[in-house]
Design a protein around this ligand. Structure first.
Ligand SMILES: Nc1ncnc2c1ncn2[C@@H]1O[C@H](COP(=O)(O)OP(=O)(O)O)[C@@H](O)[C@H]1O
Ligand SMILES: [Mg+2]
Length: 357
């Protein structure tokens, strides 16, 4: 084995690893149903369509399915259909022959070929353009394809996993997704629940992320107090498990203030959500929010620089002590020290703003 040169865990190692079963599935009813299904059909070669909001763990589950299938000795090959523009995506998927187009100075196998005896994970499948949809359909029908500009018919054996956060039925009804392809990839569908419908899993997930980030950043972080879980279980989590993971990363890096900013961010994303649902958010309000956010950051930085001494901070910011206290409370800022003190008092909300010095 190659000598390990760096002791630090690489980011990619952490994120390509499949979380342990008890973390991935937790114990909520919604995820238990998912678990029962994948345990039955995961080992077959049936295509599986994973649906659910962004950040609910579609890719994590796809990796689990691969790792627990007969295709596990092959590669898990991910293709993000939304991230690569149409023409490029075709050569990315199916490869090309030398001289197939200007600049094709050598032949290149596509991702489909790399997935031979492994799993092909097509992420954001709803965004595949119509022309490529028919090429993919052709490949799925008989397992054959050819590289662009080369007539050689190639055959591979791969397990297909697809994911989308869009409503594929609607995409099909409205003509953006081929019906025949829809039926092909939709043999079995698993819907991942949003985090707000499985809040009992938040403690396990949060603790898992805390331990991972501690390792990854090489920074020890206090275990998360039980009262904090209650607080976290009451947030709406529009970004689902990804958002929780980001919050715990901030917790490990900067301490419990991270949670206050989690709540702020969720409020903000709700505001943006409202806007995108049609009711316009006035420019004035957006500007005010942005100002507040900037002000909050300046206050937080100054507080930290002064070890949370508020009198010094107020002097430095040239505002009155009272005004500072008001702003701290308004922005939901709290120091690590106060948070852990509050957390140790039973019944207290752990991320409350401190009321006195
Ligand atoms: N059930 C879970 N257990 C552990 N980590 C998870 C779980 N679901 C999601 N994650 C983590 O949250 C992040 C987002 O998950 P991902 O699978 O990319 O979501 P999606 O593909 O649905 O957008 C990833 O870092 C992933 O590892
Ligand atoms: Mg994803």
């Amino acid at each position: 084995m190659a000598k390990e040169t760096a002791s630090r865990v690489k980011h990619s190692d952490v994120w390509n690893a499949v979380p342990p079963d008890e973390v991935l599935f937790g114990r909520s009813a919604a995820m238990t149903a998912v678990r029962i299904h994948v345990q039955r059909i995961g080992r077959t070669n049936i295509p599986i369509l994973l649906t659910g909001e962004g950040g609910t763990g579609k890719e994590a589950l796809a990796r689990w399915i691969h790792a627990n299938s007969d295709y596990a000795s092959g590669e898990f090959v991910k293709v993000n259909c939304a991230a690569i523009p149409g023409t490029l995506l075709e050569s990315e998927l199916f490869g090309y022959a030398r001289g197939a187009f200007t600049g094709a100075n050598f032949a290149k196998p596509g991702r489909v070929e790399l997935a031979h005896r492994g799993s092909l994970f097509l992420d954001e499948i709803a965004d595949l353009d119509l022309n490529l949809q028919s090429k993919l359909l052709h490949f799925l029908q008989d397992g054959t394809f050819s590289r662009i500009g080369d007539g050689v018919e190639r055959r591979i054996d791969t397990r297909l996993l697809c994911a989308t956060n869009k409503d594929l039925e609607k995409e099909t009804r409205e003509g953006r997704f081929r019906q025949d392809l829809f039926y092909r990839i939709h043999v079995f569908r698993l819907k991942l629940p949003p985090l707000r419908e499985r809040v009992e899993d938040i403690p396990t997930l949060a603790e898992f992320f805390r331990q991972n980030f501690q390792k990854q950043f090489g920074m020890p972080a206090q275990p998360i107090p039980p009262q904090t879980f209650e607080y976290l279980q009451n947030l709406p989590w529009p970004g689902n498990v990804r958002e929780l993971s980001n919050m715990i990363a901030r917790y490990v890096l900067i301490g419990p203030e991270a949670a206050a900013s989690a709540e702020n961010m969720q409020k903000k994303s709700r505001a943006y959500g409202e806007r995108s649902n049609g009711s316009a958010l006035p420019l004035k309000k957006l500007a005010k929010d942005a100002m507040k956010e900037m002000e909050r950051n300046v206050i937080l930085e100054t507080l930290r620089a002064n070890q949370w001494n508020r009198r010094k901070t107020a002097q430095e910011l040239k505002i009155s002590y009272r005004a500072l206290i008001y702003k701290i409370r308004d922005a939901g800022l709290v120091s690590r020290r106060h948070a852990s003190k509050n957390a140790s008092r039973a019944g207290d909300a752990p991320f409350q703003t401190p009321t006195s010095d």
